[in-house]
Design a binder for this molecule. Structure first.
Ligand code: AMP
Length: 309
């Protein structure tokens, strides 16, 4: 089985949406990526850090999904990374209320020996120095390196972020972040500028308005499935990244054509994530539900039109 190496936060989140509010619940970029990638036939491991306050049952849940958690370091006496956010009424935008790095501040990642030759590396959202350190520990060039990041790191660690962006094949960011990173309002111009920073493929996520994949002069669009119930968008971007990287790791094919399928898989899995608070929906999601919704995706986007010569 192909190997998928995941790095990112494993966290406590406190979330407010127009539909309710949670106290500290399980969150973190790597958590969502791992859960999403667990729907593919891949061997995956998470490199991350938590504090002593992190419940063992959360780690057990991830292990039960087949994810190797042995490289999630538990810092004695330390506190787990904490993020809190409040969504606006449109659920497409949010304010970060608090970010406490805690144990993440001094984190030095250690890639397990059996994952230094991973086929696909998914650099989830966290400090770009940690993302770089993971790349430095690899002993063989992966088939694909994917990076996800957010405005927080653009604001506080831009030079380090630009250094790691240079080294990746694919970057996935949302529309606002693409505009911030490139200084361009047009997403076409933004993607072209981000290409020049290193990544051959640029994926721009637009929340409920889908995702765009840019490569050379080519562009592909995947819609988001119109859903009856959207409860909490937290983790949708990471779930997308997990679906994208998990599918590529399983299929071993990095053609543009297959990357299109990867963003459909990412969008499909993300559509489940938003249906309940936190990780709840991803934890109980079944494989047949994923396949059924894939059919809906196909029906949503397929049309036959005769083009006049
Ligand atoms: P998303 O909704 O996909 O952007 O991801 C939300 C998840 O990202 C939450 O579970 C948070 O724990 C995590 N998160 C929030 N801020 C950061 C940050 N600055 N670095 C890493 N992870 C973060």
């Amino acid at each position: 089985m192909n190997k998928l190496l995941i790095v990112g936060t494993v966290a406590f989140d406190a979330i407010e949406t127009p539909f309710g509010k949670t106290d500290k619940i399980l969150g973190g970029a790597a958590t969502y990526i791992g859960l999403s990638a667990s729907f593919f036939k891949v061997q995956s491991a998470i490199v991350s850090v938590v504090g002593e306050d992190f419940p063992q049952e959360y780690l057990d849940m991830l292990s039960a999904k087949g994810i190797d958690t042995s490289a999630i370091e538990v810092v004695k006496g330390g506190k787990t990374f904490f993020w809190s956010g409040r969504y606006h009424n449109d659920l497409n935008s949010r304010d970060t209320l608090d970010t406490q790095l805690n144990v993440l501040a001094d984190f030095q990642p250690k890639v397990p020996a059996n994952f230094t030759d991973a086929d696909v590396v998914m650099l989830g959202n966290l400090h770009p120095i940690v993302q770089t350190s993971v790349l430095d520990q690899l002993t063989a060039a992966p088939k694909l390196v994917v990076l996800d990041t957010m405005n927080f790191w653009m604001d506080c660690a831009l030079p380090e972020l630009l250094d790691v962006i240079k080294r990746v094949d694919v970057i996935t960011i949302n529309d606002e972040e693409a505009r911030q990173l490139s200084g361009e309002y047009s997403l076409v111009k933004a993607a072209a500028k981000i290409h020049t920073l290193g990544p051959k493929y640029v994926v721009i996520k637009k929340g409920e308005h889908g995702a765009l994949l840019f490569h050379d002069k080519k562009v592909f669009f995947a819609p988001a499935l119109p859903l009856e119930e959207v409860f909490d968008p937290t983790g949708a971007g990471d779930t997308f990244a997990g679906g994208f990287s998990g599918y590529i790791a399983q299929s071993e094919n990095i053609s543009f054509k297959n990357l299109k399928n990867a963003i459909i898989y990412g969008s499909n899995l993300a559509s489940f994530c938003v249906e309940k608070f936190g990780t709840e929906r991803m934890e109980d999601l079944q494989r047949d539900e994923v396949l059924e919704r894939l059919q809906e995706f196909k029906a949503l986007t397929q049309f036959d039109i005769a083009l006049e010569e």
